[in-house]
Write a new protein. Structure first.
Length: 193
């Protein structure tokens, strides 16, 4: 009988399996290191790209904030100009108002009275004058209430005074200025749709 020694064969197979296990462990470690490196590189690239986007957005926000401030300045300038325009328009419309008011007062003033002072504050005119009788003051108040340019006359006071050795009546009254209404030719549009 022939004797075969199988011990070295088993030992050789065991050593081969250990070499295979070592190589597989080494390849697994290398593959894991490569995967970790690629993942780290990919994540860093994404973080860098996001940081660049954030920097661009921050720069755009700063630019937009500056533009918003410029727009706000422009709006302030526009509102200032509109206020100035309104003042000029008011001056333009009220330019002849003093002449019209004085003309209207002279037309409505009855005989036997004269005016000492006329003062205007806003839309209220304060009138002081001298009249022969109280009836003439009442006539002036009635005339002013029917005027096209004045409304709501109110007698402040009336008192007797002596002017040039004659008994007269000093009066003070207030009247509001009104702008006559201009008739427009606007017709309502009939909707037949």
């Amino acid at each position: 009988m022939i004797r075969v020694n199988l011990l070295p064969h088993r030992q050789v197979k065991r050593e081969a399996r250990q070499r295979e296990f070592g190589l597989m462990a080494l390849f697994s470690a290398i593959a894991a290191a490569v995967i970790i490196f690629l993942g780290y590189t990919y994540i860093n690239a994404k973080i860098d790209a996001q940081n660049e986007r954030n920097a661009r957005l921050d720069a755009a926000i700063v630019k937009l904030d500056k533009e918003i401030a410029d727009i706000k300045d422009l709006k302030d300038q526009i509102s200032t100009m509109l206020e100035r325009k309104q003042v000029v328009e008011n001056l333009q419309t009220n330019r002849s108002q003093a002449v019209v008011v004085l003309d209207e007062l002279s037309r409505q003033l009855p005989e036997g009275m004269y005016l000492k002072s006329i003062k205007q504050q806003g839309s209220v005119i304060s009138i002081e004058g001298i009249a022969d009788t109280n009836a003439r003051v009442a006539t002036l108040v009635r005339n002013l209430s029917t005027s096209n340019w004045m409304e709501s006359p109110s007698l402040v006071e009336i008192k007797s005074v002596v002017v040039n050795t004659l008994k007269q009546n000093a009066f003070a009254l207030n009247v509001n200025i009104k702008v006559p209404k201009v008739e427009t030719d606007e017709k309502p549009v009939k909707g037949g749709n």
